[in-house]
Design a protein around this ligand. Structure first.
Ligand code: NAI
Length: 400
């Protein structure tokens, strides 16, 4: 039987997912792109051609993969009916517009995939899709399977690298899907990455990498005098000791949150929640010339070599930090704020997270935290559980 896949988005992730899915046998691919006039531009640009993926391999060789989506539309009433899988392959700030667009057409037993989900995806999904969400299977990946960059909009993309394994969470709810719901996704992805199942959504959320960028931004810019710099500072190699300590402290607070949840609800398995230091060691130990502590791993990780702070050139050779970049504008409302909300529900104080959040929210002109409580006016546009009316840990039950 034919697999019908809706790929939501129009950026790097959506290009790879739609091209790759369309390259598989017996798959119908519909791209849903609700952003501006992107669907129309993409349709025109691609014409009758296929999307070309240049897939790089670790040994330096590469393959070419071609796939032609059946159609690209901004109209969910054309894309969603009859679909088996709906894959979100867009940045978190755009998820809401896709949930709203697909909502009238979602039917029981559809598989909704966050690729990646990012913290709060589950809260948003269950809140917007309300009664229908528990009848669907919701699968949330911890990251994107690839590092990828569009080389020609609508037509060509380079897959720089592919992960070997990728953690995911499967919320089967009341859905009735024959066999393993991961099977069709794994078919689309191919042999790699291998999708590995965690116990529940709290495990990846409380181990999220969204806590990396905000403390680094804090460390680099909290004492900045407001004057332009003559070069772009190194993001990881220039990391301050204070920033690494804050990152580690935020991670400690997440472990404390996991512990508090386990005490109140021992049935929730949180063995998979890990400290950022341990994750770093496991994921990048071989790439780091010094693994003695988190600071040194971040500074000496060859995969991070040469990465710079996001900066805007205001005059030739003069740079100002770009505070609109996703390191704050995505990782705060769809990261740190969600975590703070979960800690609050668990009754755990988070002084270190609060310190970074209080600085970051002011930089991006938002108010989430008031004192040490998550009750600012902009919680309403974050993905904190409080935004969706969660009052206690029991409200997590339908998502577990
Ligand atoms: P992207 O930057 O390519 O996404 C841009 C797309 O987002 C646009 O083409 C448009 O379709 C959509 N968009 C932009 N503004 C919008 C708006 N106001 N409303 C609705 N849609 C809008 O993002 P990319 O690279 O596809 O990444 C997707 C996710 O994967 C992100 O969360 C990113 O952090 C993550 N990721 C990406 C990696 C990569 O190599 N590209 C690697 C690891 C993670």
């Amino acid at each position: 039987e034919k697999l019908i896949v809706v790929v939501c988005g129009g950026g790097n992730a959506a290009h790879v997912m739609s091209g790759l899915s369309a390259s598989r046998e017996n798959v119908e691919v519909r791209v849903l792109d609700v952003f501006s006039d992107e669907a129309e531009r993409w349709t025109k640009t691609l014409g009758d051609d296929s999307i070309v993926l240049t897939v790089n391999h670790p040994d330096g060789s590469h393959d070419e993969v071609r796939g032609k989506p059946n159609f690209i539309t901004n109209d969910a009433s054309k894309a969603v009916p009859g679909a088996n899988l709906i894959v979100f392959a867009v940045p978190a700030f755009a998820h809401e517009s896709y949930f709203e667009a697909i909502k009238p057409y979602v039917k029981p037993n559809m598989i909704i995939v966050g690729m990646p989900g990012q913290p709060g995806f589950e809260f948003q999904c269950f809140s917007i899709l309300k009664d229908i969400a528990p009848k669907c299977c919701v699968i949330v990946f911890e990251g994107l399977p690839w590092a990828a960059r569009i080389t020609e909009f609508g037509r060509a993309i380079t897959v720089l690298s592919t992960k070997d394994f990728l953690n995911c969470v499967v919320i089967k709810g009341e859905s009735k899907i024959e066999g393993d719901p991961l099977k069709p996704i794994q078919y689309l992805l191919g042999p790699h990455p291998v999708a590995t199942k965690l116990h529940n959504f709290l495990e990846p959320t409380l181990s999220t990498k969204s806590i990396m960028h905000p403390p680094i931004m804090y460390g680099a810019w909290k004492d900045w005098d407001g004057n332009p710099l003559s070069e772009k500072p190194l993001f990881y190699q220039g990391l301050t000791e204070e920033a690494a300590e804050l990152m580690s402290g935020m991670s400690d607070e997440l472990l404390a949150t996991a512990k508090a949840i386990s005490l109140k609800k021992p049935e929730i398995n949180l063995d998979g929640v890990s400290h950022i230091r341990d994750w770093m060691y496991q994921a990048y130990g071989r790439e780091c010339s010094d693994t003695s502590n988190l600071l040194q791993m971040l500074r000496t990780n060859s995969a991070y070599n040469g990465l710079l702070h996001p900066m805007k050139e205001v005059k030739p050779g003069k740079f100002m930090p770009d505070f609109t970049f996703r390191y704050l504008t995505e990782d705060i409302p769809f990261g740190v704020v969600v975590l703070k909300g979960i800690s609050e529900l668990a009754g755990v104080d988070t002084p270190i997270t609060d310190k970074v959040l209080a600085w970051g929210q002011q930089i991006i002109g938002k108010e989430y935290l008031v004192g040490k409580s998550l009750c600012g006016k902009d919680v309403a546009t974050s993905r904190a559980p409080q935004r969706y009316g969660y009052k206690s840990l029991d409200d997590f039950d339908p998502l577990l």
